[in-house]
Design a protein around this ligand. Structure first.
Ligand code: ADP
Ligand code: MG
Length: 237
């Protein structure tokens, strides 16, 4: 299967790390910070789910990921952990601004993943904000958005900040995540997403996760993915 070939290729590309961690089952055996491990312990996360086991050794090496696994399979941690670790390793701090943007198609899903980020990231010094529109006061958000390290947002609200917030700055972006990527790449979000992407630096890590695998070459080109790792863990997707 294509996944095996891709894994073999990336194992040789990224050296010993990946080979050493490809078979591990427990979060405690991953090359991640004690702060993250302590955060995971807060929710008694011990064993990785299939999508987490298959993707984390790659994403933690800095690779782009196209991950597919059915709803409820634990995709949130598969991107929350590499986001936190990347910024932690880069010693990201208050002065460094936006280091990661996580885009989710709905307010509800964004809210849920924000809660997970707060739990797992609790012992890190990163700041994170939930930017989802609706009744929350956008002017109050504009005051603080430039001080946040991780933005969890819906496409519309992110674009609103890009267009309206004075000095909105994401030129140092390290990791872009599209949660429910198939929905965000759908025609309904096309204009918004293209406008967002055009303002992001191309040199970054990009993580896409959804219930179904996207194979559209156009999508991959839009997102300027670099030699992405394709990971599908459930047969029906
Ligand atoms: P998805 O995004 O794939 O639909 P979620 O990330 O929302 O899935 O996770 C679904 C549920 O599984 C959540 O309640 C989450 O707390 C739980 N979960 C995720 N990973 C693990 C794990 N490794 N061990 C135990 N529970 C987990
Ligand atoms: Mg999810």
């Amino acid at each position: 299967p294509p996944t095996d070939r891709a894994s073999a290729a990336s194992a040789s590309a990224s050296g010993g790390d990946l080979r050493a961690y490809a078979g591990v089952k427990l979060f405690s055996d991953l090359p991640i910070s004690k702060k993250t491990k302590d955060g995971l312990a807060r929710k008694r996360y011990v064993e990785m789910s299939d999508i987490q086991r298959a993707s984390l050794p790659h994403s933690l090496c800095g690779r782009d990921i196209l991950g597919a696994a059915k709803t409820g399979s634990g995709k949130t941690l598969a991107f929350v952990i590499p986001v936190i670790e990347k910024l932690y390793r880069a010693r990201w701090g208050p002065e460094d601004g936006v280091g990661s943007i996580i885009i989710s198609p709905t307010k509800e899903l964004a809210g849920q993943l924000f809660e997970e980020l707060k739990i797992v990231g609790k012992y890190h010094g990163l700041s994170a904000g939930l930017l989802i529109g609706g009744r929350k006061d956008v002017d109050a958000e504009k005051e603080c958005v430039n001080a946040l390290n991780v933005l969890v947002c819906t496409p519309g609200r992110l674009l609103q900040h890009m267009n309206e917030t004075p000095n909105f700055e994401c030129s140092q972006l390290q990791v872009l995540v599209l949660d429910e990527a198939d929905r965000i790449l759908d025609a309904g979000f096309k204009k918004e997403l293209d406008a967002i992407i055009s303002q992001l630096p191309r040199q970054r890590q990009t993580l896409l996760f959804s219930a179904t695998q996207t194979k559209s070459v156009k999508d991959l080109a839009r997102l300027s993915l670099k030699d992405p790792e394709y990971i599908s863990v459930h047969a029906e997707s």
